[in-house]
Unconditional design. Structure first.
Length: 368
């Protein structure tokens, strides 16, 4: 006589019917028949546990048990949508937002006229502030926030503004930094890589500049010292206009529009008075209209790390010439005498790429 195996059964906690255990479902410690399980429960998207629908946390696209919601998700404080904590945007008061609400409400991208309380990085009086324009990737807060998260991870290094000259872009503005800080502390490599990954362009956009502000105190502590040194800087730029135009990666017509020259004069002091009387405004290669900085506006934008480093090193050499040489020495200086002082490998590499160093051809990777 065959031995009959009794199938194990359970009572449905909702309807009271008895069913074989293999036909039953568990939800929050209860056994339910298939019919009651289908009507009363849902599956958590995150952990795949079955929970009563009345206890689930849901929106149009998410169904979650309360444990997973509390642990991994939040609701947008604006529209109420459920968002994963890793993809939420947080304001200073710890409110969470989805991407679209963040773009509508946050002030991550400031107006063009905005200037924060400046934070000076690095020792000494020679500080450089960079304005790097990037375009074609969107003027959207969520993109800007990603760049700020990288740049400001360890210190207040960067803020972001709109710029009317850009189509769909951002202007990245650093706080004043020494050259050493720019090269070794500011996470430029990661910022540029992130911008490229979000489909921004700079050199290739054609609309973008790379402007470098030099603190006036870099040129001397008295007004007279500053004026004399800045005069030599102006003279150098006019004297070596052809070389600096090639260095800048801009066309002459772009230069005329965004960074016009004043025109060469016989001496640095004549150069200075000519510049001051020119009424040229700020769209000049060397902009003198700011109270605390001298702005070099001639360079085209870039997302290439070596080009950015080389540009900052070049500006540093321009300052060095302006403060350490006499008027006569600058007037007698040749381009090759100037190159003799350059030792930085990034700058030498870039000068070779632009055919400004020696007639030694090098292969350059494409600008972005």
């Amino acid at each position: 006589m065959e031995e009959q195996t009794m199938s194990e059964t359970r009572i449905c906690a909702n309807c009271g019917a008895e069913h074989p255990i293999e036909d039953m479902y568990q939800a929050e410690g209860d056994w339910l028949c298939e019919d009651c399980a289908n009507r009363l429960t849902v599956i958590c998207d995150h952990c795949a546990d079955r929970v009563y629908e009345e206890n689930a946390v849901e929106d149009d696209t998410h169904t979650l048990c309360d444990h997973c919601f509390d642990e991994y998700y939040v609701r947008c404080d604006d529209c109420g949508r459920i968002i994963h904590r890793d993809r939420a945007y947080w304001d200073g008061d710890d409110n969470a937002y989805c991407m679209s609400c963040w773009d509508e409400h946050s002030e991550v991208i400031h107006e063009y006229s905005y200037t924060p309380d400046l934070v000076f990085h690095g020792k000494g009086l020679r500080h450089f502030g960079v304005e790097l324009e990037i375009d074609d990737g969107g003027t959207v807060n969520s993109n800007a926030q990603k760049l700020l998260d990288i740049a400001n991870k360890d210190a207040e290094n960067l803020y972001i503004k709109t710029d009317g000259s850009l189509d769909e872009g951002l202007e990245l503005v650093t706080h004043p930094m020494t050259l050493e800080y720019h090269l070794n502390e500011m996470p430029w490599a990661e910022v540029l890589r992130k911008a490229r990954s979000m489909d921004y362009l700079s050199h290739a956009a054609g609309t973008c500049g790379l402007h470098v502000h030099i603190s006036r105190l870099a040129f001397g502590c008295t007004y007279e010292q500053q004026e004399a040194a800045i005069a030599r800087l102006l003279y150098f730029v006019e004297k070596f206009w052809a070389e600096l135009l090639r260095f800048s990666r801009r066309t002459q017509s772009q230069m005329n529009r965004w960074a016009a020259r004043y025109g060469i004069r016989l001496t640095p002091s004549e150069q200075m008075s000519h510049a001051k009387n020119s009424c040229a405004g700020r769209y000049t290669a060397v902009n003198l209209t700011n109270a605390d900085t001298v702005e070099i506006r001639m360079f085209r934008g870039t997302l290439k790390l070596n080009t950015l480093k080389a540009t900052l090193q070049m500006v540093n050499h321009l300052v060095e010439v302006a403060i350490s040489m006499s008027d006569t020495a600058v007037q007698e200086l040749s381009w090759f005498d100037f190159l003799d002082e350059i030792k930085e490998p990034e700058l030498i590499q870039y000068l070779k790429e632009r055919r400004l160093y020696v007639n030694e051809p090098v292969t350059a990777s494409e600008e972005e």
